[in-house]
Write a protein that binds this ligand. Structure first.
Ligand code: FAD
Length: 277
């Protein structure tokens, strides 16, 4: 059994107070979990790009590996070349390569159409400097023509030179295991790490899930809706559901877990404690 990879995702804070909170969360999570890396999201269209770098450097300063996300939508090859050079100069060695989504009001799709083209471009420009992670969708990317098409596109992206993948979050472990089997059948042998979303705020989760195509099973949705404003019950039930799913994923052979923390440490620390890893 190879070593499992546990990782944590942050978004770049918008304010100095947000950055201060993130520092505390990073320190607590690094101490408790010793994650392989912290990844930092990236917004297409310029506004958050510098903040991604700033956040990554902040994480690196404390001796943790940091992996910036990089999306190609709305960007030229030159834009991406410059970002890659900057990351390389700063000693960054892992990138999460994505197509991204066009922000509303932005019409120019950019020069690279799909994440597979971005992965190819990164390899062509920088050889083996970076470990490249890509995104996977056990419950199907919302814009995919069909589930079969999406899977083939995923396999193409891996063959373009990705080293491993992180999934969109899900609450149905079977969708992940099925996806693994199908990806293996298409020749994908690299690790596909499940992305895990701790449940803190249910209305926020429902909004995210509608947008990204993650299914909240009826038995979870109905209970959560029934709790109304009772945040303690939402938290307790969410912790049970997510911890049980993590256990099942690891027992079933998942090569690690990637946690979408939304820059909070509390729920994450509790899940980690319960998993006893
Ligand atoms: P792709 O792999 O390019 O796929 C996009 C769609 O195109 C899919 O429907 C696919 O089936 C289809 N497709 C792919 N190749 C082809 C082809 N050759 N021909 C026809 N169709 C094709 N978004 C951000 O903006 N910033 C982030 O930091 C960020 N981080 C993320 C991290 C993870 C782990 C995940 C799972 C998602 C993240 N996202 C992020 C969201 C992501 O950008 C969106 O889901 C986006 O819509 C798709 O990106 P992708 O890299 O999966 O695209």
């Amino acid at each position: 059994m190879t070593t499992r990879t546990y990782s944590i995702e942050f978004f770049p804070p918008k304010t100095p107070e947000g950055m201060e909170k993130l520092r505390t969360a990073r320190a607590q999570l690094a101490d408790a979990m010793k994650p392989a890396f912290f990844s930092v999201t990236f917004g297409a269209g310029g506004s958050t790009r510098d903040r991604t770098l700033e956040t990554v450097l902040e994480i690196q300063r404390h001796g943790n590996e940091a992996a910036p996300h990089l999306s190609c939508i709305g960007a030229t090859r030159d834009d991406i070349r410059i970002i890659l050079q900057t990351y390389k100069q700063h000693g960054i060695r892992r990138i999460v390569a994505l197509r991204g989504d066009l922000p509303s009001g932005m019409a120019e799709p950019g020069e690279l159409r799909y994440a597979s083209e971005l992965v190819e471009f990164i390899r062509k420009e920088t050889g083996d400097v970076f470990h490249i992670e890509v995104a996977a969708y056990p419950e199907i990317h919302p814009q995919a023509k069909s589930a079969q098409d999406d899977l083939k596109n995923f396999a193409r992206k891996m063959k373009a030179g990705a080293n491993s993948a992180i999934t969109q979050y899900f609450f149905n472990a079977d969708s992940y295991f099925r996806f693994l089997d199908e990806a293996h059948a298409l020749g994908v042998g690299e690790p596909i790490v499940p992305g895990i979303m701790p449940i803190g705020n249910f209305s926020q989760l429902a909004r995210f899930s509608d947008a990204c195509g993650a299914d909240i099973p009826r038995w979870i949705r109905k209970r959560m809706e029934g709790y109304g404003d009772d945040s303690a019950s939402i938290r307790a039930f969410g912790l049970d559901v997510v911890t049980a799913m993590c256990e099942r994923l690891l027992e079933g052979g998942a090569p690690g877990l990637h946690f979408y923390t939304l820059n909070q440490s509390g729920l994450m620390l509790e899940i980690w404690k319960r998993l006893g890893l």
